[in-house]
Design a protein around this ligand. Structure first.
Ligand SMILES: *Cc1c(COP(=O)(O)O)cnc(C)c1O
Length: 365
């Protein structure tokens, strides 16, 4: 088996998508599946879609292009605000985009007219997290300007929380989003199809049955792929946390000191390393490194293994307390979101698809 390898269980992903879609549907909420952390993988997007989500959402145009080429018959959402310089491919490839800048919305409108289309937009409102979105006091001004753009259709309001500022979705802040939407509908005699109340960090509120009435849409990535909400990253009931595993091979195993010998300068990344004196320990080097993983975001599955550190291509482990391993043995690791992102992008990591416990095929995403 070529190592390192990420093993992807498509049935678990499909199950997670289905479970969360049904859970949300029970509260009148529609889901789009976010595949950005797996770089628009067509296999994984197919599994998410089989779970019943109403659309697929991506941050990057090149990934939307992949999804478009795969011919999925659902709306494709662009999550990251479109750049002014990319409005043409945005209109061509995405059905809906999230927006907050009038210059871009105007350009999308003109481009859509040229392409003989109407481009759907969600107006993003910043409820305090300080990532994307207009300020609430500018809402009417923006809506009026958007309604003057014949090439775009305002289909909803959206917000994004707990991404930059860590602001937790609440009845209060999401309630405000619903109230803004209702005010717009009344004032401009229109209907907003979507009130999009955020990402996986909104699930705890939904599970506590405290989601404000009127929120009818969520954009879910991490909860579908890794089975976790994103406020405290705790495991969600009813979904799998282990749809992804990384396997990598031990390329050296030796008993060595726990503290380096010699004068200590900076390591390969400019940090001064610190070490704990534990006497001689069993050390293993695994053939994967910071180029492929976020070392804070991998957890060895076998008990008694501790991550000591990593350089670009080498991962160092203390295996003293673990069962016996030899050079050539393959170790398993679970992945967090940022490691998943890197692993899926790394050309050195083989992707292996698995269904119902059986290995299906190898491929690069
Ligand atoms: C990434 C992203 C999501 C999905 O976030 P998860 O925490 O993975 O569910 C939703 N909306 C926007 C705008 C995003 O950028």
């Amino acid at each position: 088996m070529p190592a390192p390898t990420v093993i992807i269980d498509l049935e678990k992903i499909e199950h997670n998508a289905r479970f969360l879609t049904e859970l949300c549907a029970g509260q009148g909420i529609e889901i789009v599946g976010v595949s950005k952390s797996v770089w628009g993988s067509v296999e994984i997007s197919t599994a998410i879609l089989n779970g019943g989500v109403s659309g697929l959402a991506e941050s990057r145009l090149e990934n939307i292009r992949k999804l478009r080429a795969a011919g999925f018959a659902v709306p494709l959402w662009l999550l990251r605000l479109p750049a002014l310089s990319e409005v043409e491919p945005v209109v061509q490839l995405a059905d809906i985009s999230l927006n907050s800048e009038l210059a871009v919305i105007g350009a999308l409108s003109e481009t859509a007219l040229v392409q003989g289309k109407k481009h759907k937009i969600i107006l993003m409102v910043d409820l305090g997290d300080l990532r994307e979105g207009i300020l609430p006091e500018d809402l009417f001004f923006f809506v009026e300007k958007i309604l003057e753009c014949p090439g775009v259709e305002l289909v909803g309001l959206g917000t994004n929380l707990s991404c930059y500022g860590g602001v937790i979705p609440t009845e209060e802040n999401l309630g405000r989003l619903v109230s803004y939407a209702r005010q717009i509908e009344k004032r401009y005699h229109l209907r907003l199809r979507y009130i999009s109340g955020g990402n996986s960090s909104s699930l705890p509120l939904l599970m506590a049955k405290k989601m404000p009435e009127g929120i009818n849409h969520l954009r879910l990535g991490e909860s579908i792929l890794l089975g976790r909400e994103t406020i405290g990253h705790s495991a969600l009931d009813g979904v799998y946390q282990d749809a992804f595993f990384l396997e990598a091979e031990i390329i050296e195993k030796k008993r060595k000191a726990s503290i380096p010998t010699g004068e200590i300068g900076e390591d390969a990344f400019g940090d001064i390393p610190v070490f704990e004196e534990k006497g001689e320990i069993e050390r293993a080097i695994v053939g994967i490194g910071r180029a492929d993983i976020d070392i804070a975001g991998i957890v060895p599955v076998d008990p008694g293994i501790f991550v000591l550190g990593a350089s670009s291509d080498h991962l160092l482990l203390d295996i003293t307390a673990a069962r016996k391993f030899e050079t050539g043995d393959v170790l398993r690791f679970s992945l967090n979101y940022s490691s998943l992102l890197r692993v899926m992008l790394s050309p050195s990591v083989t992707k292996k698809w698995q269904k119902s416990g059986e290995v299906d095929s190898y491929s690069q995403c």
